[in-house]
Design a binder for this molecule. Structure first.
Ligand SMILES: [Zn+2]
Length: 74
Protein backbone atom coordinates (compact mmCIF):
# COMPACT_ATOMS: atom_id res chain seq x y z
CA UNK A 1 0.00 0.00 0.00
CA UNK A 2 2.82 2.35 0.90
CA UNK A 3 4.63 1.53 -2.36
CA UNK A 4 1.49 2.42 -4.30
CA UNK A 5 1.36 5.81 -2.59
CA UNK A 6 5.05 6.46 -3.36
CA UNK A 7 4.54 5.50 -7.00
CA UNK A 8 1.50 7.76 -7.20
CA UNK A 9 3.47 10.68 -5.74
CA UNK A 10 6.36 10.00 -8.12
CA UNK A 11 3.96 9.87 -11.09
CA UNK A 12 2.36 13.15 -10.06
CA UNK A 13 5.80 14.76 -9.68
CA UNK A 14 6.88 13.57 -13.16
CA UNK A 15 3.67 14.93 -14.73
CA UNK A 16 4.16 18.22 -12.86
CA UNK A 17 7.73 18.51 -14.15
CA UNK A 18 6.68 17.73 -17.73
CA UNK A 19 3.88 20.33 -17.69
CA UNK A 20 6.23 22.93 -16.21
CA UNK A 21 9.00 22.38 -18.76
CA UNK A 22 6.46 22.32 -21.60
CA UNK A 23 5.03 25.67 -20.52
CA UNK A 24 8.50 27.17 -20.27
CA UNK A 25 9.37 25.98 -23.79
CA UNK A 26 6.31 27.73 -25.25
CA UNK A 27 7.26 30.99 -23.52
CA UNK A 28 10.85 30.76 -24.82
CA UNK A 29 9.58 30.29 -28.38
CA UNK A 30 7.31 33.33 -28.20
CA UNK A 31 9.73 35.81 -26.62
CA UNK A 32 12.45 36.07 -29.33
CA UNK A 33 9.87 36.61 -32.06
CA UNK A 34 8.51 39.68 -30.30
CA UNK A 35 11.99 41.11 -29.76
CA UNK A 36 13.18 40.38 -33.30
CA UNK A 37 9.94 41.66 -34.81
CA UNK A 38 11.21 45.20 -35.21
CA UNK A 39 14.58 46.90 -35.58
CA UNK A 40 15.68 49.14 -32.74
CA UNK A 41 17.33 52.46 -33.53
CA UNK A 42 19.15 54.93 -31.30
CA UNK A 43 18.33 58.62 -31.03
CA UNK A 44 21.40 60.55 -32.18
CA UNK A 45 20.60 63.36 -29.73
CA UNK A 46 19.77 61.67 -26.38
CA UNK A 47 20.78 58.07 -27.12
CA UNK A 48 17.42 56.47 -26.25
CA UNK A 49 16.54 53.23 -28.07
CA UNK A 50 13.18 53.00 -29.83
CA UNK A 51 11.50 50.92 -32.58
CA UNK A 52 12.37 52.03 -36.12
CA UNK A 53 8.68 52.68 -36.92
CA UNK A 54 8.47 55.21 -34.05
CA UNK A 55 11.67 57.03 -34.90
CA UNK A 56 12.14 60.13 -37.04
CA UNK A 57 14.83 59.65 -39.66
CA UNK A 58 16.58 62.68 -41.10
CA UNK A 59 19.51 62.39 -43.51
CA UNK A 60 20.02 58.76 -42.43
CA UNK A 61 20.15 59.68 -38.71
CA UNK A 62 17.43 58.48 -36.31
CA UNK A 63 15.80 60.57 -33.56
CA UNK A 64 13.18 59.79 -30.88
CA UNK A 65 11.19 63.01 -31.35
CA UNK A 66 10.93 65.82 -33.89
CA UNK A 67 12.25 68.16 -31.17
CA UNK A 68 15.50 66.18 -30.90
CA UNK A 69 15.85 66.16 -34.67
CA UNK A 70 15.66 69.98 -34.70
CA UNK A 71 18.02 70.32 -31.70
CA UNK A 72 20.57 68.07 -33.37
CA UNK A 73 20.59 70.10 -36.59
CA UNK A 74 21.23 73.43 -34.87
ZN1 LIG B 1 16.13 61.79 -28.32
Amino acid sequence: MLIKLILLALGAWVVYRLVKSYGRRIKQEDAPKLEAGEDMVRCAHCGVHLPRSESIVSHGVSFCTNEHRQLHQK
